[in-house]
Design a protein around this ligand. Structure first.
Ligand code: GCB
Length: 594
């Protein structure tokens, strides 16, 4: 699915700003057809932002159910004759959208875009009212799953099976944009390298009247390097400048549709990084060179705005990663804003791209998050409907992110149950689907602590072993000597069992900034630094360990509970991005020259 971009033939208009907003505490809005009139009473709300923390009341912060957004927008006069599209970059977790009184679209899944052709619903020059009802409810059949429970106090409570606050709302830009009536509907590129020659296989999907396709590839200076005609084909680049970690060199591919006689009908341009990705035994190869992942699991999370995309924070986070010497991160535990992937492409930062499938694990949910005990996979819990939602989540992730050179690996789920035959039955078809959708990238899933190679039943379906391990924290707490032995034994067992690369996608320790100790105990800055150093000592003993992603880049919000004091404190930076002692220690490991 193509991002809206401005080209010779296309315009776009972001609708960010203050919208009108109303909680629907009693769930009456859909029945009372609130989209048919101006929302009242209503408050102003920023878009993009999570709604939870911008006001100062518990009713909003802890709201479970529908909320309503409304704005008005004028369709530019000049858009007469164009195809006009309304697009939400995301609505968490599901939404129905109306243009004036007509329903324009609905969507489930909180982290991927959706759009509708609204040409017939609007009049260039005239104003329209856009209304959206957004639900933050998670159920057995959503990705991620969750459960709404009644409370003695009378208000429903959203039970989560994951460890981050259920921020919701319009987290990303809402656009109106145009395309001509015959247009480039999709574009897919797959790149290759052979010595100093690069190749770009392209496929253009067209919609509307027949038109001829020309594609032109330009280098970063705008010089044409290759050109072809036809809806699909191959371009060759002599003396190619590859995209590589640390060097986000991008070409630009423009697909042009031309009518008979040569008039330009539509043009769409896409940044293209020429690189290859492949797993070979226990090596992870980018451009046929072994790659070692240094970085983090992150979150989209900040004070006040919650999960909203923010360019200032994004640029700052990348600057901090560079300061540390990080070369990669994982979009734990959902697809991040497309701006982030665009920026990673340009910065040469490698991305492990994850679906929002977190919490498919009753053991964890009951243990860590206080959920009622349940069986993970059953007719009444995670079932075929969940699997279908999961399949859609994979499809939408790959459709959105397939062309990003920064993305080198898809993670299908975080810490799912992975030791039962039901887990295998659930995941096997999803791996088949992911491979069909993208045969070019390896796939993995983040394996939960305790799912050791003798118990796990999923790993053979995947290309890489991604391990989330908390030795020294949840296991052998405050005992790094035992933790080191346990960790080493487990890595040895994985190496013995599989000839696959191992990336540690999580390890870490909650750390209160400012707590210092001569003899480091849990929660102190020194303990975090020592725990990370212990993991690194073990990683360095195994060639098959090809990556270290610390949990987490920064402290982040969670549901308050007995496990968490003001959120998860495993950040190497605080929530406002101040370094803990571990950050300096990491910099010495990752940038020994600095
Ligand atoms: C995990 C989860 C992550 C949690 C983390 C923790 O295994 O994948 O979402 O935040 O542990 O800190 O407990």
């Amino acid at each position: 699915m193509l991002r809206p971009r401005e080209t010779e033939t296309r315009e776009r208009k972001p609708l960010d700003g203050l919208w009108r907003f109303a909680l629907d505490a009693d769930g009456r809005g859909r029945e009372e057809e609130w989209w048919k009139q101006p929302l009242a009473p209503a408050r102003d709300i920023p878009v993009p932002a999570s709604f939870n923390d911008v006001f100062a009341d518990r009713a909003t912060r802890d709201h479970v159910g529908d909320v309503w957004y409304q704005t008005s927008a004028r369709i530019p006069k000049g858009w007469q004759g164009e195809r006009i599209v309304l697009r939400f970059d995301s609505a968490t977790h599901s939404a129905v959208v109306w243009v004036d009184e007509a329903q324009a679209m609905e969507h489930e899944g909180g982290y991927t875009p959706f759009e509708a052709d609204v040409t017939d619903l609007v009049e260039p020059g005239a104003e329209i009212r856009i209304s959206a009802v957004v639900s933050n409810v998670l159920s057995w059949h959503t990705i991620p799953p969750g459960l709404v429970v009644d409370t003695a106090g009378g208000r429903p409570r959203q039970q989560l099976f994951h460890d981050f606050f259920n921020y919701a709302g319009l987290h990303r830009t809402v656009w109106l944009y145009t395309t001509p009536t015959a247009y480039v509907a999709d574009l897919t590129v797959v790149t290759g390298l052979d010595g100093s020659t690069g190749t770009v296989h392209y496929e253009v999907e067209r919609a509307g009247d027949e038109a001829d396709v020309t594609v032109v590839l330009r280098d970063a200076e705008g010089g044409e390097v290759a050109r072809a005609t036809g809806a699909s084909g191959d371009l060759t680049i002599d003396d190619v400048r590859p995209w590589r970690p640390g060097e986000g060199y991008l070409y630009e591919l423009t697909a042009e549709l031309r009518a008979a006689g040569g008039t330009l009908v539509d043009a769409y341009s896409l940044p293209v990084g020429v690189r290859t990705v492949r797993v070979d035994g226990a090596r992870f190869l980018i451009n046929e060179e072994p790659f070692y992942f240094r970085g983090f699991g992150k979150h989209e999370d900040a004070a006040v705005r919650g999960k909203a995309h923010d360019n200032a924070l994004m640029v700052h986070d990348f600057a901090l990663m560079e300061w540390l010497g990080a070369n990669s991160f994982r979009t734990s535990h959902y697809p991040y804003a497309e701006e982030v992937l665009d920026y990673a492409d340009r910065q040469g930062i490698v991305v492990i791209d994850e679906t929002p499938a977190v919490g498919i694990n009753s053991g964890l949910a009951a243990g860590a998050f206080g959920a009622e005990p349940h069986t993970t996979f059953s007719l009444d819990t995670i079932n075929e409907l969940t699997q279908e939602a999961h399949r859609r989540a994979i499809r939408e992730l790959i459709a959105r992110d397939k062309n990003h050179p920064c993305v080198v690996l898809w993670t299908i789920a975080n810490e799912p149950e992975s030791v039962t035959p039901e887990a295998r039955a659930y995941f096997e078809p999803l791996t088949v689907e992911a491979r069909e959708l993208d045969p070019t990238r390896p796939i993995g899933f983040a394996n939960v602590m305790g799912s050791t190679p003798d118990r796990d039943v999923l790993t053979d379906l995947f290309d890489v072993v991604l391990l989330n391990r908390y030795f020294g924290w949840y296991a052998s707490p405050n005992d790094l000597a035992s933790a080191e032995m346990e960790l080493e034994a487990e890595v040895a067992a994985w190496v013995e069992a599989y000839d696959k690369p191992i990336v540690f996608t999580e390890y870490g320790a909650d750390t209160m900034p400012g707590v210092h100790e001569v003899v480091p105990n849990m929660w102190s800055e020194e303990y975090q630094a020592e725990l990370l150093a212990m993991f690194h000592r073990v990683f360095d003993r195994f060639d098959a360990v090809v990556g270290e992603h610390i949990w987490n880049f920064a402290d982040f919000a969670t549901v308050p509970g007995v496990m968490r004091v003001d959120g998860n404190k495993k950040g190497v930076f605080t929530r406002d991005r101040r370094p803990k002692a571990a950050a300096h220690a990491l910099r010495r490991r990752w940038r020994p020259d600095s």
